[in-house]
Design a protein around this ligand. Structure first.
Ligand code: R5P
Length: 292
């Protein structure tokens, strides 16, 4: 039986401690619901506000990409170093241990292979399956200026409606059509459209001129895509510049899994993203890990 008399005398209401009301650590994300913020905290480190997301979803349109031929052998050993993992549900279910505790960002658009017009995408995942997989976010390609621009924007807005309903974030990926010039003017346009239409996070490429205007004019976190394989020091310089110019981290694929030493490279990327290390210091760290 409950001891009502004695517990009544020992309660502590901490009357000298006002209730805390702290802003959420990601820009543009204060008004999101608890579940969405919790999921975003599985992608971005609350300590640094940034992410080192490992992108391995390339097979959804180009098959067994170099470095991803055997995800179970080559990628699973990298998982302890990734804040989040971006991939398809096929690879998630077949190759990734369900004990992985960080954020899953699920590729949710697709359709054409590399042999066809890439912007001709549809939504490729039901939100119910995304929930079943306990993902933190879904990712959708948005081809601003591409042949099927409107369809890809509509794919994103439908996922945003469903994501808002269930508390799953949407990562809008600004994909550059064949004819488009990849410069700050284009990326400002593409990123802003994604954010205006509801994306909770935007992923885009780095450009040497004016990247800070891309991040400044996008009201939600921007993460930098890696792009084609570069020499390791160059990739570290690009990641450092992107973060210094306002990116909330990176979502890198080929520059990690096509590195001569992927485990060393992802740890070096962590140095520049989370610890503000110089690219040169991070490169030395890469070399020291590679040599072991
Ligand atoms: C490509 O379509 C995928 O969305 C990749 O996740 C993205 O391009 C990032 O990978 P990478 O760093 O290799 O460019």
């Amino acid at each position: 039986m409950a001891d009502i008399e004695s517990t009544g005398e020992t309660k502590d209401f901490c009357l000298d401690h006002p209730a805390r009301s702290e802003p959420f650590f990601l820009k543009g994300s204060n008004s999101l619901d608890w579940g969405m913020q919790n999921r975003l905290s599985r992608i971005f480190s609350p300590a640094s506000g940034k992410t080192v997301m490992l992108a391995i979803d390339h097979g959804y349109f180009q098959g067994p990409t170099t470095g991803l031929e055997r995800v179970d052998v080559k990628i699973v050993p990298l998982l302890p170093h990734a804040d989040a993992l971006m991939l398809t549900r096929g690879i998630l279910r077949t190759c990734i241990p369900s004990s992985f505790g960080r954020g899953i960002v699920l590729r949710a658009s697709g359709g054409p292979s590399i042999l066809k017009e890439l912007s001709n995408e549809e939504i490729a995942v039901d939100m119910e399956d995304a929930l079943r997989l306990n993902v933190a976010a879904v990712a959708v390609q948005v081809f601003i200026g591409g042949e099927f621009e409107t369809r890809t924007v509509h794919n994103m807005t439908r996922l945003v409606d469903l994501g808002n309903r269930y508390g799953i974030a949407v990562l809008g990926v600004t994909a550059v059509g064949k004819e488009m010039v990849r410069d700050a003017k284009y990326l400002r346009l593409a990123c802003r459209i994604c954010a205006e239409l509801g994306a909770h996070v935007v992923k885009t490429y780095y450009v040497a001129e004016g990247f800070e205007t891309v991040t400044a004019s996008c009201p939600v976190p921007v993460v930098m895509a890696g792009g084609k394989k570069l020499p390791e020091l160059e990739a570290l310089k690009m990641a450092r510049r992107a973060v210094a110019e306002g990116a909330a981290g990176v979502d890198m694929g080929r520059n990690i899994f096509q590195s001569e030493a992927p485990a060393a490279m992802i740890q070096a990327v962590r140095k520049v993203v989370h610890e503000n290390a110089t690219p040169e210091a991070a490169y030395q760290y890469y070399l020291s890990l590679k040599g072991k």
